[in-house]
Design a protein around this ligand. Structure first.
Ligand code: GLN
Length: 546
């Protein structure tokens, strides 16, 4: 039977609860305890798929095609598991399921209430993941902050679980922020006390409090939190801000969190080994020659919108023992002959996923720049559409080549709905979501990167390469290096006669892990790292006998 760890948040959001959950996963896994994770999102949307990235950051896609919160990406990267739809639960899903059951008559004339009907539905989701994963420990992150109206049914369900599974099989971890007052130069514990009071009011006494702070946390503060919040002194775990998220598991282990969890939950672990993580952090902290990459996108003001892309670049950079200098370029600034001087300094250009017309022409300009100046280019999903539009304009000799997503009446719809998708379009459109197979063409850069011919990658898009243009673009030098096994869908394409210009219809960023960079990101950085740009100093010759 699985045991459960519930992680709640106090004081404010965005203090790194997701990374704490992911890191608890890492330190348990390092003891050979199998773990999985689940995120409870209190909003009423059924999933974040329809939410703007400005509201919610990146939409992370699981292999089985669920559109989820970006925290799931952190769980996957830290725990090194592939999660499924069961790991993502929203209030929207819970309520729509309860109401559907009521309509079907499943409750036989009963009055439907938050307790027990909604809370039972929530608990069923906990148990479903436990059963399906067979993990020793299921770590469940309650989204939002304690005290939010929407989060109450989730907390109530978490409370009820204690009696169902027994005290030794459940643990409550509360992550709070200790604000720093500049006037008195001290950290304050009062907000933490209040949020713990709020939790207790709901019936949950935390076993462990993880204290986030930008400043060192003194013994006195720890004692105070222990006394006022009624947790053991050793269960007050300080987590001061670190320079890389990959250091968090090391800090928590150092503070004794792993042993504490093992003892409190009576787990049977192997000795912990976090040496890979230590090596990773050492590597990140060693200054090295930077590789300058431009990320040209429409949501760059909110970097969380490209969370997995940034992480995948970071994993690839570490493989090449370099530093990442990532330049965030708002694509709109490149439009209408805007200033593109920034592109003259970068060694690689990446165009990530996205929806809607805003900023597209700026991305196309970046792709033209990459093609003409032979700068490595990696296009991800929308970034492939952009590369195909740009190449189409060049090959067909018309600026009107476009995707029907951006110009429904273009005479050259190089990206379009496929003929059998048109019906779906009328019904509102469905997306291709989750893992699909792709056959790589021998000898291509893609096949070289993966070192195998059949791959599976995660998708999230509606539009596809229009096969009517395959031949014409091929004649001008486009290579179709990855196709669906039936040959109907172009999944990867490359520009011949270019050092490295490749784009894929899927999202490789979701599959990259620290220590195992994704092959396409790895080879993109591999191609970019040796490119010399304006203002760059060529390395000095090592030998001085000149
Ligand atoms: N907007 C494009 C489509 O729907 C690309 C989506 C994406 O980049 N995820 O096909």
């Amino acid at each position: 039977m699985s045991k459960y760890i519930f992680v709640t948040g106090g004081v404010v959001s965005s203090v790194g609860k997701g990374i704490t959950v992911a890191s608890i996963g890492t330190i348990l896994k390092s003891r050979q305890i199998s773990v999985t994770a689940q995120k409870l999102d209190p909003y009423l949307n059924v999933d974040p798929g329809t939410m703007s990235p400005y509201q919610h950051g990146e939409v992370f896609v699981t292999q089985d095609g669920a559109e989820t919160d970006l925290d799931l990406g952190n769980y996957e990267r830290f725990i090194d598991v592939n999660l499924t739809a069961e790991s993502s639960v929203t209030s929207g899903q819970i309520y729509s399921e309860v109401i559907a059951k009521e309509r079907r008559g499943d409750f036989l004339g009963g009055t439907i209430q938050v307790v027990p009907h909604v809370t039972t539905e929530i608990k069923d989701r906990f148990k479903l993941l436990a059963e399906k994963s067979k993990a020793d420990v299921v770590i469940i992150e309650v989204g939002g902050t304690v005290g939010d109206i929407e989060g109450l049914p989730f907390l109530e369900a978490a409370r009820q679980m204690r009696n169902e599974v027994g005290r030794d099989n459940i643990l409550y971890v509360h992550v709070t922020l200790l604000p720093y007052l500049n006037s008195t130069k001290e950290l304050k514990t009062k907000p933490t006390q209040h949020s713990v009071n709020e939790l207790r009011r709901i019936g949950i006494q935390p076993d462990i409090i993880v204290c986030r702070s930008d400043y060192p946390i003194s013994e006195e503060i720890r004692n105070k939190i222990s006394l006022f919040c009624d947790v053991e002194r050793k269960a007050v775990i300080p987590l001061t801000t670190v320079s890389t998220i990959y250091e968090v598991p090391l800090v928590l282990e150092e503070e004794g969190l792993g042993q504490l969890i093992v003892d409190k939950m009576k787990l049977k672990p192997q000795p912990p080994s976090l040496s890979q993580w230590q090596e990773l952090v050492n590597l990140i902290k060693t200054p090295r020659q930077p590789v300058k990459i431009a990320l040209v996108g429409k949501y760059v003001e909110l970097q969380d919108a490209y969370f997995s892309v940034r992480e995948a670049l970071q994993h690839a950079i570490l493989h090449h023992e370099r530093d990442l200098e990532l330049i965030w370029v708002p694509s709109e600034t490149l439009e209408n002959n805007g200033d593109d001087s920034i592109l003259r300094t970068v060694q690689g250009i990446i165009v990530p996923g996205g929806f809607g017309i805003r900023g597209i022409e700026g991305m196309v300009r970046a792709a033209t720049y990459a093609r003409e100046n032979k700068i490595p280019y990696l296009g991800l999903c929308l970034g492939m559409h952009v590369m195909v539009i740009e190449f189409g304009r060049y090959a067909l000799g018309s600026d009107e080549a476009n995707s029907t997503e951006f110009n429904a009446d273009t005479p050259y719809p190089v990206i379009d709905f496929l003929p059998d998708q048109k019906d779906e379009k009328n019904k509102g459109g469905t997306m291709r979501l989750g893992n699909y197979p792709c056959q790589l063409v021998n000898g291509s850069r893609a096949a070289q990167a993966y070192g195998q011919e059949l791959i599976y990658e995660r998708h999230r898009h509606r539009y596809e390469f229009n096969n009517d243009y395959r031949e014409r673009l091929e004649k001008a030098g486009m290579v179709y290096s990855g196709l669906s096994p039936d040959g109907r869908l172009v999944e990867v394409c490359e520009v011949a006669d270019h050092p490295w210009m490749l784009a894929c219809q899927f999202h490789p960023e979701f599959g990259s892990r620290p220590g195992h960079p994704h092959p396409l990101f790895r080879d993109f950085i591999g191609a970019a790292k040796d490119i010399l740009r304006e203002g760059a100093q060529p390395p000095l010759p090592l030998s001085s006998n000149l």
